[in-house]
Design a protein around this ligand. Structure first.
Ligand code: SF4
Length: 317
């Protein structure tokens, strides 16, 4: 993903603004106190500052859900779409304006349930954008219904005696799609890890799928408690070409050296759910991005005229 510094191509003067993280801040975020979404918002604003993203060249696209309020809280362009439709909207933006920097904020209900067909196919298309899935294992905005990632037995309004099915595994599914080019997992309560993964996702050219384990103190407050309090339940995937954070290495003894170019191993690690694995599972920078695949080669006026004449000749009598 490229960082645009100025609109000098249009003849405008070079933009020498320096933007601090607060310059990307929209209105006060109205998520519940303690919601993990606040940490993700802060991390994304830091990323914007680090790369001096031009607000008028940056778009946040969302569907419906607590996570999908994200574009309202960024002082950039934004599109708050229909339920499950964040990805096709973002793809449309990217195809029409490949020069823009596009982020998607979506949730487990929005992306993995009603938007699941779009999820599979947008990953397959591999447009150049960062997709952040805020996964709190529940429908929070509509007040506590079972989502595709709710743990089996977890009670909600729609299944008060507990979720009947086991949760789906979004990492395994994404890694199973041909065309997947970047798959990572992080969490909202380790800001250094969240920042590092989003940085890598942003640097990747292609669709960066980032599942963010996100606390919802309102409805699923206990789900990530163990992951937060017991370092034994967490495993860091580290690699010099992935995420390497010495400050976390002192806390988390379970660490696996994992080369993100190894798809087979990435799938094995994703399927094994005995611990919460955080890091980059897979990255393939060589995967073609869709806006390039479908790009129409530029042709001169003479070439276009010749094509038109050839076409019209078919109907000559
Ligand atoms: S309901 Fe949950 S996910 Fe939604 S804002 Fe409140 S804490 Fe966050």
């Amino acid at each position: 993903m490229t960082t645009l510094q100025a609109c000098s191509l249009l003849g405008c003067p070079i933009d020498d603004r320096f933007l601090a993280a607060d310059d990307y801040a929209g209105p006060l975020a109205r998520w519940c106190p303690g919601c993990g979404d606040h940490a993700i918002l802060a991390s994304v604003r830091r990323l914007c500052e680090n790369h001096q993203l031009q607000p008028e060249q940056t778009v946040f696209v969302s569907g419906i859900g607590c996570s999908s309020r994200f574009p309202h809280y960024m002082k950039t362009y934004g599109f708050h779409g229909l339920h499950g439709r964040a990805l096709p909207l973002a793809l449309g933006v990217k195809l029409r304006r490949p020069d823009l920097t596009v982020f998607v904020s979506t949730g487990d209900g929005d992306c993995f349930s009603i938007g699941s067909a779009h999820w599979l196919h947008t990953v397959r298309y591999n447009p150049d954008m960062v997709v952040m899935v805020f996964d709190n294992n529940v429908y929070g905005l509509t007040k506590n219904q079972t989502s595709p990632t709710s743990p089996q037995g977890y009670p909600s309004n729609t299944q008060p005696t507990g979720a009947l099915l086991g949760p789906m595994n979004p990492l395994s599914v994404t890694l199973g799609i041909s065309g997947a080019s970047f798959v990572a997992q992080t969490c909202d309560w380790l800001p250094a890890h969240l920042d590092a993964v989003l940085e890598k996702a942003f640097a990747h050219r292609g669709l960066s799928f980032v599942r963010i384990l996100q606390r919802c103190p309102e409805y699923t407050d206990k789900i990530f408690t163990e992951a937060m309090r017991n370092p034994d339940r967490v495993e860091l995937l580290t690699h010099e070409d992935g995420v390497d954070l010495p400050q976390l290495a002192r806390t988390y003894q379970h660490q696996t050296r994992h080369d993100p170019s190894d798809l087979h191993r990435a799938r094995q690690l994703a399927e094994s759910t005995d611990r919460y694995r955080l890091g980059i599972f897979y990255r393939n920078a060589a995967m073609p991005v869709y806006e390039q695949v479908r790009a129409v080669p530029a042709r001169s006026a003479a070439e276009r005229l010749a094509t038109l004449e050839l076409e019209l000749d078919k109907y000559a009598v």
